[in-house]
Structure formats: structure tokens, C-alpha cells
Design a protein around this ligand. Structure first.
Ligand code: MV4
Length: 660
């Protein structure tokens, strides 16, 4: 019953939609993207052969609308739908709706989705199939008395989990018998609220386990294999951050045993296509089934890199009814791959998602580097969707080579316009525990604690580089404005070189040009910086015989974003213009130069102000920035309020010019 797919609708967005479209194209299959209002100009829409608008920006009006997606598939003659991950990928009703419409669902049958979507049901099925599970209770009787009795039988510590939960939601760890009853009551009401299902299971708690998952594949005739494992232990609040293949502590024997268990799990539910069986790997080497994800996973690239298989291609082949054509013995793991997830979020503020325009997004390419991304310069990160914007993957012959390449790749990745976790990823990759391959699920909590990751403030060298860069950009502007540009003369005063001041927060940096070479002094420290290249958002300075590369984005003459190899930061030069700039009057619209906390507004409506007067104080990037009047006039309307967060470019107040 094989039927070749000619047109594939991709019921997703972002990097995974782009990823699926790429393979469809390679297979000669036409692609149909779907998009919401917010995604009119999104990369996946541009990439696809066809695109269907399916509704408003909220997911409930678009990417979760089964009716609209099926209608789009019919309209564009798509004979198959790939759901990606998230959204409708594990929705049994969607899979059934595809069947009903005569459209191939690139995913498993309804039965597998249904059983694996419930922890109690799946655990009972796994126990029956002989798959090792965490000792516990997953029965129908949900009375307090039975749950408490079973928890005591298991012995402390125990985990109380919502049967309908997933990814750590509705989960409680209990250390003392006296806490069981309360934990059950709380978990039950949480589960009822979150999932509309108050069924609970109780398990022995495995302390500091690794999260190891096996990639399985099955064709429609039931031939099932595994493609090795991924270690996804580095998570924060049940959100994966780093993933790798193979698992650093894997042995051939353990892999064979886990692989066999995963294949049994898939077979027990008549699985078809790509699936992932999650296990907890305890310190003593025992492993336990946790859940099965019935979709392609975010972290599938690390498996692709070590096996050489295109998992999306295998999914499409399985969906077409083709035999897998790969036996377990064909699967060879070569080298090591590590993936880092780049999220638009603020690691210093509880990893709160960050949204906004993407002024600049650059990633490197090279041997052993793969980037799967769903954003581009000029685009935006919208508040409606997941905040993961790209996956950067390093591959090498050894784990150390993969890690080094990933660090290099991330150090050359810049994202400007939204807060992001790049510096956190670099820091985590460099931690000794991770470097040694010893990270468990406790790694992030133990390394970063409750407060999360605090990026260090820019040091003297970064401030010197920033000033040298702003100085050079100022020279370039002057040259392009000058009638007869003579680079050698700019900033060059034969008698006594005049220092140009740059003020960042409380710190003064003075730049002096001697010919091409700049000296930037920060307090007692003097940096000699030779600008070798400054153009197209890339700068290279020579300093003490070594080259320092950085990516920059000049939002204005005073406001610059800098991405060095380890740090991403933004600075405002409070001293105003750079070399060769004339003081320029503004239009009196005072906007926040960057996202931050508006600490104080120093003027009131009706106040007379002079150009350069301090109007307000903004706290951002761990510094206080004074917001200055850009014209003489009278303060008109005040829009900002002290003590509130303010986004870049938000209007703080308006000055009306004095009329004479
Ligand atoms: C556990 C566990 C320890 N013992 N179950 C978290 C997500 C969900 N899929 C299951 N999770 C856990 N279940 C027992 N019996 C520890 C976790 C867990 C965890 C698992 C995988 C990755 C990261 C984790 C972080 C904290 C807790």
C-alpha cells in the first residue's frame, strides 16, 4: 500500500517547518507552508513552494486549527501533512482528521498517540511488554488511602505525577511520608486544572538521573529499529538546553539493552515512523521507561549527524508505505554531536521569553557546524510562539572536538533585538562538569542555582573596544559626508592629539587616534587597538599582536550592540557624538534607547528644558543611563512612568520646541 507523496503540507512554523521543507525539496516533493498573521513574512513561508494563510496570530486561531489546516491541504492538493513538533504533532484527533480526509499523516497511528499520551496507560502497556519501568503505582483506584498506601510501599523519596502531564508539568517530589497526603491533594488539583484529568501515578524518585532517550523507527510492516540514543540531561525547568549523541557514559551493552527496550515499547503500540523513547538512567546503571514521544523531536539533528540518516526522509518514506530498508546492523554511530538551543529569553530574569525585532542574526558555517534556524535579520520574534529561535549543532570525531566546534560556532553567533541565552549556552558548555561529560538532570540547578545565569558586565577591554569601534564608525560617517575624504587627517591633530570621550554608564573611555592606531584609556588601563576591518556588522581589531573579532550593530550614532566571543551587550555613549560628528538636534520625541527599567523621570509636563538636560534615568545592562533632551523646549506629554519596564524605542516623553 505504498503511495508516493507529491505535495506535503507542513503544519508548523519556525526552524522545524524550514527543516521539513528542505528534505521535501530534496525528495522532489512540493511543499505547502501554513502561516498566521504574525508569520506573513516568516522564513518558512518564503521557503515553501506554496503557502496558505490559516488565521490570526494566537495559536488557537491558526496552528492549532485542525479544520483550517485540513482545508488548506485540500485547497493546495497536498496528499500528506507533516506536523513537525508541538502544535498538533501528538494530537490523536488531528491524525484521525487526516485519515478521514484521505490525507497521509506523517506520524504514528492514532492508537500509539493515544496510549503514549497517558502516563498510567503507557506504563501499564510497557510493563505488559516487559519494558523496565520505575517501580510504582499506576492503577485505576485513585482514592487517597490507596495512593498513600502505595507511596509508602514504594518508599521515600517518591514522585507524584499527573497521568495526563508531560515534560515535568504536574509533578511533585516527596521526601517524607508525612508529606505524601498533601502532595497528592496538590498534585490532583493541579492536574485537574492543567489537564482536565486528575488521575495520578506514584513512582520511586530516581535522584540525579540522566535523561537518555532512544530514537526508534518503524515501517508500516512493523520492522522496527533504533538509531542510538541522545543524552538530554542539561535542562532548566524541564526545557532542554543542550543535547548530545551519543550519551557520554553509554556502553555497547547498555545501548543494546536500552535499544531493545525501546523497540519493544514501539512494537507494543504498533508504532510507525519516528518515535523517541525516554528513559531515566540512574547512577547505578539501571534504566527506566519514562514516556514515549510520538513525533520528530527538536533534538533530532544530533542523531542525524552521528548516524548519517535524514530522519525527515525516513519519516516520509515510512508514511508512503515504503519499507525501511535499514537493518539494525546497518546502523553505525560515528563521531559525536552536541546541540545548543538558542532561545529568545532573558537568562538573568528567570529566562522570561523576549520578543522584538531581529535587527541582526548571524551564524557561522564551517566544518562540523550545523545551524537549523527559523529567524533571519529583518524578521521578528513574536510573543505568540515558542521562544526557541535556532539550534546550533557541533559535530566532530570526538566529544571534545564537537564541543570545541560548538563553542566556536556560538562565539560567532550574534542575535540583536531580543534578549537571548547565547552567553549562557557558552558558559554551560565551558563548565568542567559538562566538559567532562558528567552532567545529570541536576546540572543546571547545581551550577546556576535559583537565580539563573547572570552575564558579567562588560569589562574595561570590552568598553575600550566599544569606544574604538564607535570612534571608527564616526570616522567612516565623517568621511562619507566630507567633500574630499582624507582619512589620515580625521582625528589627527599634528600638535597634540585630542581625546574623544565616550561615556558608558559611569565609565569614561577616551580614544586618541595616532594615524590609524587608536588608544583607548579606561581609568588606569590603556588599550592600543588597531582597526583592521570595520564594515558590514563585523569588526576586527588588533590588540597586543592578537586579533579580536566582534559583531556589532549600530542602532544609532550613540547606541551600539556588541557581540564578542563570549559576551553580548549594548552600550549607549552618553557623551553623544563620535569623532567628526556635529551635535545634532533631535525632534523632541524622547524614546528609550534600549529595553530596561525606567528608574526615574526628572521632569514634569510644562518644564522648560535645554538640549543636554537630563530628563530620565534608565537602568539597563546593569548600568544607569541618563536620557537627555535632544532639543530646547517645553516638556509636553509624558508617556513613561517611573518604576516600569520599558521596551527599546518606546516613547518616554515629548518636548515641544520653543517657538520664537
Ligand atoms: C522522574 C524523575 C525522577 N524519578 N521520575 C521530568 C520530566 C518528566 N518527563 C519526568 N521527569 C522526571 N521524572 C522519577 N520517578 C526525575 C525527572 C526529572 C527530569 C527528567 C528528565 C530530565 C530532566 C529532569 C529534571 C528534573 C526531574
Amino acid at each position: 500500500m505504498s503511495k508516493l507523496i507529491k505535495t506535503l503540507l507542513v503544519a508548523n512554523r519556525g526552524e522545524i517547518a524550514c527543516r521539513v521543507i528542505r528534505t521535501a525539496r530534496e525528495m522532489g516533493i512540493k511543499s505547502v507552508a501554513v502561516y498566521s498573521d504574525a508569520d506573513v513574512n516568516a522564513p518558512h513561508v518564503k521557503m515553501a513552494d506554496m503557502a496558505a494563510h490559516i488565521g490570526g496570530s494566537p495559536v488557537g486561531e491558526s496552528y492549532l486549527r485542525i479544520d483550517k489546516i485540513i482545508a488548506a491541504a485540500k485547497e493546495f492538493g497536498a496528499d500528506a501533512i507533516h506536523p513537525g513538533y508541538g502544535f498538533l504533532s501528538e494530537n490523536a484527533a488531528f491524525s484521525a482528521a487526516c485519515d478521514e480526509a484521505g490525507i497521509i499523516f506523517v506520524g504514528p497511528p492514532v492508537k500509539a498517540i493515544d496510549i503514549m499520551g497517558d502516563k498510567a496507560k503507557s506504563k501499564r502497556a510497557m510493563i505488559a511488554a516487559g519494558v523496565p519501568c520505575v517501580p510504582g503505582y499506576q492503577g485505576e483506584d485513585q482514592s487517597d488511602a490507596v495512593l498513600i498506601k502505595e507511596a509508602k510501599k514504594i518508599g521515600m523519596p517518591v514522585m507524584v505525577k499527573a497521568a495526563a502531564g508531560g515534560g515535568g508539568r504536574g509533578m511533585r517530589l516527596v521526601h517524607k511520608e508525612s508529606e505524601i497526603e498533601n502532595a497528592i491533594k496538590l498534585a490532583r488539583s493541579e492536574a485537574k486544572n492543567a489537564f482536565g484529568n486528575d488521575q495520578l501515578i506514584v513512582e520511586k524518585a530516581i535522584m540525579e538521573p540522566r535523561h537518555v532517550e532512544i530514537q526508534v523507527f518503524a515501517d508500516q510492516s512493523g520492522h522496527t529499529i533504533h538509531l542510538g540514543e541522545r543524552d538530554c540531561s542539561v535542562q532548566r525547568r524541564h526545557q532542554k538546553v543542550l543535547e548530545e549523541a551519543p550519551c557520554p557514559v553509554m556502553t555497547p551493552k547498555l545501548r543494546a539493552a536500552m535499544g531493545r527496550a525501546a523497540i519493544e515499547a514501539a512494537k507494543a503500540v504498533d508504532y510507525v515512523g519516528a518515535g523517541t523513547v525516554e528513559f531515566l538512567l540512574a547512577k547505578n546503571g539501571e534504566f527506566y521507561f519514562l514516556e514515549m514521544n510520538t513525533r520528530l523531536q527538536v533534538e533530532h539533528p544530533v542523531t542525524e549527524l552521528v548516524t548519517g540518516y535524514d530522519l525527515v526522509k525516513l519519516q516520509i518514506m515510512a508514511a508512503q508505505g515504503e519499507p525501511l530498508g535499514i537493518s539494525q546492523d546497518d546502523v553505525k554511530l560515528t563521531g559525536h554531536a552536541i546541540e545548543a538551543r538558542l532561545y529568545a529569553e532573558d537568562p538573568a530574569d528567570d529566562f522570561l521569553p523576549s520578543t522584538g525585532p531581529v535587527h541582526l542574526f548571524t551564524t557561522p558555517s564551517g566544518d562540523g557546524i550545523r545551524v537549523d534556524s527559523g529567524i533571519e535579520t529583518g524578521g521578528a520574534v513574536s510573543p505568540f510562539y515558542d521562544s526557541m529561535v535556532a539550534k546550533i549543532i557541533g559535530y566532530g570525531a570526538t566529544r571534545e572536538e564537537a564541543r570545541a566546534r560548538l563553542i566556536t560556532a556560538l562565539s560567532q553567533t550574534a542575535l540583536v533585538g531580543v534578549k537571548h541565552n547565547r552567553d549562557f549556552l557558552l558558559d554551560a558548555l565551558d563548565q568542567p562538569v559538562f566538559a567532562k561529560g558528567e552532567a545529570t538532570t541536576a546540572f543546571v540547578g547545581q551550577t546556576y542555582g535559583e537565580s539563573g545565569f547572570e552575564a558579567p558586565a562588560p569589562r574595561a577591554q570590552e568598553l575600550a573596544l566599544a569606544a574604538a569601534l564607535q570612534f571608527t564608525l564616526g570616522q567612516q560617517r565623517s568621511m562619507s559626508r566630507a567633500v574630499s575624504p582624507m582619512a589620515e587627517l580625521l582625528g589627527w591633530h599634528s600638535a597634540q592629539p585630542v581625546p574623544t570621550p565616550f561615556v558608558y554608564g559611569e565609565t569614561l573611555v577616551e580614544v586618541i587616534a595616532r594615524g590609524k592606531v587608536l588608544t583607548a584609556s579606561v581609568g588606569e588601563e590603556i588599550f592600543t587597538l588597531n582597526p583592521l576591518y570595520v564594515a558590514d556588522n563585523q569588526a576586527v581589531f588588533e590588540h597586543n599582536g592578537t586579533k579580536i573579532g566582534l559583531t556589532y550593530f549600530a542602532a544609532s550614532e550613540t547606541h551600539i550592540h556588541i557581540t564578542s566571543q563570549t559576551q553580548s551587550f549594548a552600550l549607549i555613549n552618553l557623551a553623544g557624538g563620535s569623532a567628526g560628528d556635529e551635535a545634532k538636534a533631535g525632534d523632541g520625541s524622547i524614546e528609550a534607547p534600549m529595553h530596561g527599567l525606567l528608574l526615574e523621570i526628572k521632569v514634569s509636563s510644562g518644564d522648560e528644558v535645554k538640549i543636554g538636560d537630563t530628563l530620565a534615568v534608565l537602568e539597563a545592562m546593569k548600568m544607569q543611563h541618563e536620557i537627555l533632551a535632544d532639543i530646547d523646549g517645553v516638556v509636553d506629554e509624558i508617556y513613561g512612568s517611573a518604576g516600569s519596564q520599558i521596551a527599546a524605542d518606546d516613547l518616554i516623553l515629548v518636548i515641544k520646541p520653543v517657538e520664537d
